[in-house]
Ligand binder design. Structure first.
Ligand code: GTP
Ligand code: MG
Length: 229
């Protein structure tokens, strides 16, 4: 299959100018929503292909979200930038976000590799908070990618943040997030400490589940060999 790019790739700022008569906020949201759809479909295809070949799906589920205008403005201000369309495109990397929830840590690295191999996705940055957890105990694998959004007369490379984590890491992160918001970042020390302990338990559980799964697979293989011989 050959594929030629008939249209040039343009910057998001220029894409906005092309729609001068349309509200630029709406243009931005339209572009990021389109990028999110592209990435979600790609990931579903990878998951389906994996299931088709290996009878196993590395993704348990996919969550997508567009950052709300309130959180965009808050984040810009927090980082010392004026709230403007230009700054949000330049400095906010997680306007479009995808979260991939897996069963095992091995699935995370398998998925990250598959994503990295997609020729039309550009991996801009990787943050491996599994190998290097955050002080809070937070673990996840983050990839910032850019995906080409094909419009009627141009192509716009659009950033999407992909977070990959296990079910257990996700469980921890959602509770920690709630607590963080509840106390506006100043949770009592005993709560933060308990959370860090829970993060340790999550890591141990993930390791245990992975080795248990490997043991199960080994048993299945052995049974198969027994039947075939
Ligand atoms: P943000 O300004 O929070 O987006 O951080 P960043 O731009 O330095 O990027 P980073 O990769 O550290 O974090 C991006 C996202 O990861 C956040 O928006 C959260 O969704 C998630 N995250 C990072 N750290 C934590 C944490 O300690 N707890 C939880 N629950 N989520 C976190
Ligand atoms: Mg964020």
């Amino acid at each position: 299959m050959t594929y030629t790019r008939r249209f040039g790739v343009i910057k998001m700022q220029n894409a906005i100018k092309r729609y001068e008569d349309v509200d630029s906020w709406k243009t931005i949201i339209f572009l990021y929503t389109s990028a999110l759809k592209e990435v979600e479909t790609k990931l579903e295809i990878l998951n389906d292909e994996f299931r088709h070949v290996h009878k196993y799906n590395p993704i348990e589920h996919i969550k997508t979200r567009i950052k709300t205008p309130e959180s965009i403005v808050k984040k810009l201000k927090r980082n010392g930038y004026e709230a403007s369309i230009e700054n949000m495109v330049k400095y906010i990397n997680d306007i479009a976000g995808v979260r991939l929830i897996c069963s095992f840590t091995s699935d995370i690295y398998r998925l990250a590799e598959m994503i990295g191999n997609q020729s039309d996705l550009k991996v801009l940055t990787i943050k491996d908070y599994i190998k290097n957890p955050k002080e809070s105990g937070y673990k996840s694998y983050h990839m910032l990618v850019s995906v080409p959004v094909f419009l009627s007369d141009s192509v716009v490379d659009t950033k999407v943040e992909i977070q990959i984590r296990t079910i257990a890491m996700d469980f921890w992160a959602s509770l920690e997030h709630k607590i963080y918001y509840k106390f506006e970042g100043n949770a009592p020390e005993y709560i933060s400490q308990d959370l860090r302990k829970c993060a340790q338990m999550v890591s141990e559980l993930d390791e245990k589940m992975l080795s248990l799964n490997e043991a199960i697979l080994a048993c299945v293989e052995k049974e198969k060999d027994g039947k075939n011989s």
